[in-house]
Design a protein around this ligand. Sequence first.
Ligand code: SF4
Ligand code: SF4
Ligand code: SF4
Ligand code: FES
Length: 984
Amino acid sequence: MMIKFIVDAQEVETKADELLIDLLLRHEFKIPCVCYHHQLGPIQTCDTCIVEVNGQLGRACATKVSSGMQVQTKSARADAAQREAFDRLLKDHMLYCTVCDNNNGNCTMHNTTKMLAVDHQRIPFTQKPYEVDATNPFYRYDPDQCVLCGRCVEACQNVEVNETLSINWEDPHPRVLWDGGKPIGESSCVSCGHCVTVCPCNALMEKSMLGEAGYMSGLPKPALNGMIDIIKGIEPDMGYRSILKVSEAESAMRESRTRKTKTVCTYCGVGCSFDVWTRDRHILKIEPEEGPTNGISTCVKGKFGWDFVNSSDRLTSPLIREGDQFRQASWEEALTLVAQQFTEIKAKNGPDALAFISSSKCTNEESYLMQKLARAVIGTNNMDNCSRYCQAPATEGLFRTVGYGGDSGSIRDIENAGLVLIIGSNTAEAHPVAATRIKQAHKLRGQKLVVADLRKHEMAERADLFFQPKSGTDLTWLCAITRYILDNGLEKTEFLDQWVNGLDEYYKSLEPFTLEFAAKTCGLTVELLKQVARMIVEANGVCILWAMGITQHSMGSDSSTAISNLLLVTGNYMRTGTGAYPLRGHNNVQGAGDHGAHPENLTGYQKVHDPEVRARFEAAWKVSLPSTKGLDNFQMIEAIHASKLKAMYLFGEEIALVDGNSNNVDSALAKLEFFVVQDVFFSKTCQFANVIFPASPSLEKEGTFTNTERRIQRLYQVFEPSEGSRPDWRIIQGLANHLGAKWNYQHPSEIYQEIASLTPLFAGVTYERLEGYKSLQWPVAADGTDEPLLYVKRFPFPDGKARLYPVAMSIPAEPANQEFDLHFNNGCMLEHFHEGNMTWRAPGIREKVPHAFLEVSPELAAERGLQSGTWVQLISPYGKLRVRALVTDRVRGKELYMPMNSAEGPVNLLTGSHTDSVTHTPAYKESSVRMVVLPEVGESPLPKTNSRFGHRTPQSGVEVERKWKRADYEMPKGEPVQDAAKRN
Ligand code: SF4
Ligand code: SF4
Ligand code: SF4
Ligand code: FES
């Protein structure tokens, strides 16, 4: 409903229930507001937004608009109250803008000083009795500059929901506290950067900004202090307005050398987007603000994990193997050699003797070109990408049941669920920003959270119900509760009748899955299973999230199918707050598969064996195309061992570390006649290459990524490609042309034009529609209409109905036995990404997690006589590795857990070659080992400065009521100030 009212004698119209401050800011009424941030909501700590509403003073940020209200933003009383409130803030904040690294035109304290035309402080600046805290590697807190607005607290408590920050309002000298008063570096702070991003001044600053952003802020400390003294000295005579003119000139000069470029995070599949502030090749900071997925949110990797881009380890020239050595070569020589070798191998053995692996780190356009090279230039469908290692089973489960291999909706739709069920996903570490939204909904809006996992990770600790099924038994309990729901008539009959096929056959298939059987198989109780079933049927909307704990099993596709079946039976599709959310691991793992990096699919899941599809591509590409499904990654390794596959071209993929059973993969790679690797660094995989092409990471190129929500977003070039490297799309095009292709793409937008013209799923995707922070969630119709929420009108099957898909009982391969008696679980961690090629090159991240570690339960540690720091050797049927133990109750009994991020001791030395039976995704999670306790005992592998050792201090938010209760607090009264200057 729209309403009208008066602001400063002007009639305004807006939606009922809006916050007055939002309206005032939107209509550009000049109103100070230091603590308000629209993504945080009203905090009410600063009082600077006081206005007169119907003759009464009140905070605009806490006032809902109402019809006919009379608002005065600049009446004498309002103006005086605003000035008084701001004066109180200046008591806590020294204005030395000219030499401040935050003087970039967006400092709220500076801008408010200017808006109110403050000349002199009535309340003098007073130092607080605390030191600057610089104990976090990425940011520092300066209590003397902190105006106690509480934005950081609100962001940490209720946006990130890490619950580290608070303010000791009752203290004579309040300040921001970490874990109630610890040094930052010893607290539970996960370095996500939310607090730094929202701080309205320089109290919290990225260390990468310090001394770098300003022209004079980099002066040595004594000189800087001298400058500050000078500024303070002239302030009584000159007044702030004159001094601000100098600082504004300095700020304007910064504009010429500070670049702000939008990019999309290169790490996980959440797809956070933000501006990268740079000065030459120095990254000043990452500034998230309006990204459609993340807003102000980031995790440590996206906010602070970019040092790898300027690492001295970057490859600087193509390399050609000579014996056991590599020598530098020109691009021309390297491309010519590869083209020659590919041509010869193809001539001798046929096109299927070559294989191509695309990268889920690289852009959609690059995956498209790679598969075009494989299919149109070489003539093979031997084309895959690393979704084979994680997400292919989830995609399969969704194709079987609901028709699209992607998340049903957006993260916003997950927020709207009555209940979120997380299975086999350590969301807070693997998809941190997605997790923040669930933690928020759970903390603030009463969303129910159920977690099934082997480990008691953060989401498990927060859950209303957490249970630990035995490894590899999720399929069983999922089917059993679905059967229980159907047995008891708790299903959504109307939904099933109208929208779902195959109920009878599916119901029959559930016969073996009684609750009793499931309880016994999964190590759970019948009561618990009934409770889970009840919670699901009683919830107002259920979203199920899952990840590698489900997919990396021999029944990964079937378990994913069982999840979707359960959602269908309970009517949990077709509306917000419902649906299936397989959380994609890499930034572009969704996009790589979407764009044809797959042995059977061209772009948009169009099948290579469909003659109509092939004809369309053949006409466009002017070639004839192979029609039979090619080899996937797993089959490629087998085919090398069988001497059928002779050559491989792989880019942006660390296959030697990340495929299961590394020793077997390594011996295959060593057997290749010709192996081309394209990477940013000399990776482990490079060791097996004949030719290495130096590539550029995401910050050095343009293109698009597709996140876990099917959201296509543009990234812009932040830096020129570093010396000797090239963007992958240029390298692939160069090679195609050396093979005679005559491609002439000048910009990735031209590649996308071609993709859109050939792919109904992306028909309306254009770079213009993706300008800046705009995004599209596929399918995208030709007119640009996208579908953030899938299946709203129908399922994409011919009759518009979903399909229940029966799955059979199956058990995990290679369970623990007498010889290999411990289950070896492995997966992601917050700080490092994947095998660590990027994050190990970020010194701050290494400081927080310097070593590989193995989580061992307290029970097992006691039984085997080990402690944190004890070296152990793990031995599996496939290999062995040495690692230090970390004793923690995140694991229990005979469960071990090791993050996968170590090149020193990669987990895949231990994993086997068994796979999901449908997609060949390695069953990494089905590994058993024996543990030999070694005599050496070292330090704990995880330093005490790691956030896992911190103690959170949850509270409802900034708790401003405690400030209002202070004896020395009263709300500004609005008593006019005689000599106040006219405000700007
Ligand atoms: S976790 Fe740390 S970096 Fe993140 S908002 Fe809280 S205090 Fe700031
Ligand atoms: S450190 Fe926190 S309380 Fe202090 S000014 Fe910054 S956001 Fe406000
Ligand atoms: S949550 Fe994922 S996409 Fe977002 S900043 Fe972290 S790693 Fe990047
Ligand atoms: S902006 Fe309203 S009290 Fe701070």
